[in-house]
Design a protein around this ligand. Structure first.
Ligand code: H2U
Ligand code: ZN
Length: 347
């Protein structure tokens, strides 16, 4: 089977789902077409931004004059801490109450920055904040899962460019991380080894889908990527959660997050939109030795700063499909500079 010629399907080992790959539709990995749109130059402080230091949010609360990172309880939580446990069953209809809380994390007081444009030690503070929040929220009795994520860019439905992420912490383990844990556990029980440790060993040996690596982390396009430039960040050491990182691993994670962000932005000379998030050990008190923490990045752009991939038609009705192969996407990202284009242009 020729990965670059033959239509085929690939297995997502984390979910058990398949993705269709139609590589013959794009013979060349990278056609070099880049629409260079002018980047809207943002001010470093926006008086109308609800995340900037000192500004007032919708609920009337004033943000402190924060200097590094800042966390607050979301003023419009999607799940609430005081919802009582309740179940509904009527014939085939079922429902359950959800209990939890939502927080917003500002990565920087600077309105105009992004993770890709911040310094490594600043991103390391974001990493530390993720760890602190995971531990603090995970310690709450009824919180069994902490989902940390970032949703970036107007195409992803994010209206505020101020660098920020979110956390939803809740009683139930949500469906996607739960499905990945089932697969990781099955592998662990059958083979006695970690699924993602074994996968990473194979990817590092092969190299064709590796985008970037440092001592502690690998950044790669998963073999089963669905989104054109989908990526994962994986620790090289088996760790169940972000709490287990050494100080140098925190530095390496910050570096991996930055480098992937820079390469993404450099791909189409834009603030590359994406949703990213961390999957790790639930906080229900169980051990989960099979869990290998990792980041998923799901970016929608396909060919330029404005042409995105739509998950419609066949994909909504049948299964996901992609044209460019995971290997071509990784090759394009690997080849890009590790300096952000906006800094390079200033030099
Ligand atoms: P996005 O990451 O999708 O842009 O969401 C930002 C969050 O900020 C969103 O969940 C919250 C919204 O509820 N928010 C506040 O908590 N206070 C505000 O004053 C505005 C927005
Ligand atoms: Zn702002």
């Amino acid at each position: 089977m020729n990965f670059n010629e033959d239509p085929h399907r690939r297995l997502n080992i984390l979910t058990g789902e398949w993705v269709k790959v139609s590589p013959h539709r794009t013979k060349r990995p990278w056609n070099g077409q880049v629409e260079k749109l002018p980047l809207d130059k943002l001010p470093d402080y926006d008086p109308g931004c609800y995340l900037c230091p000192g500004n007032t949010r919708s609920g009337g609360v004033e943000n402190p004059a924060y200097k590094e990172t800042f966390v607050f309880d979301n003023d419009f939580m999607a799940i609430l801490p005081d919802t009582e446990a309740d179940e509904f069953k009527n014939g085939l209809l079922q429902a359950k109450t959800e209990q939890g809380l939502c927080r917003v994390i500002c990565f920087s007081p600077r309105h105009d920055l992004t993770l890709a444009l911040m310094e490594n030690d600043e991103v390391k503070k974001v990493v530390q904040l993720w760890i602190d929040q995971y531990e603090e929220l995970g310690a709450i009795d009824y919180i069994n899962h902490v989902q940390i994520f970032e949703n970036r860019g107007a195409v992803m439905g994010c209206s505020n460019p101020h660098p920020h992420g979110q956390i939803w912490a809740e009683r139930e383990i949500p469906t996607l991380p739960a499905a990945e844990l089932v697969r990781q556990k099955a592998h662990y029980e059958a083979k006695g080894t970690c699924l993602l440790c074994d996968y990473l060993k194979q990817e590092l040996g092969d190299g064709s889908r590796i985008i970037y690596e440092n001592e502690g982390f690998a950044v790669l396009v998963p073999f089963w990527a669905v989104w054109p430039y989908e990526a994962m960040i994986l620790p090289k050491r088996h760790m169940n959660s972000i709490s287990e990182m050494t100080d140098s691993e925190k530095v390496d994670l910050a570096d991996a997050v930055r480098k992937l962000g820079i390469k993404y932005d450099n791909l189409f000379h834009t603030k590359f939109p994406y949703s990213m998030g961390i999957h790790q050990k639930p906080t229900d008190g169980s051990e989960y030795p099979e869990a290998h923490f990792h980041f998923h990045y799901y970016p929608p752009l396909l060919r330029s700063a404005t042409v995105k991939k739509f998950m419609v038609g066949y994909e909504m009705l049948a299964m996901p499909q992609r044209d460019i192969s995971a290997e071509s996407a990784a090759q394009a990202l690997r080849a890009l500079p590790e300096e952000h284009f906006s800094n390079a242009e200033q030099d």
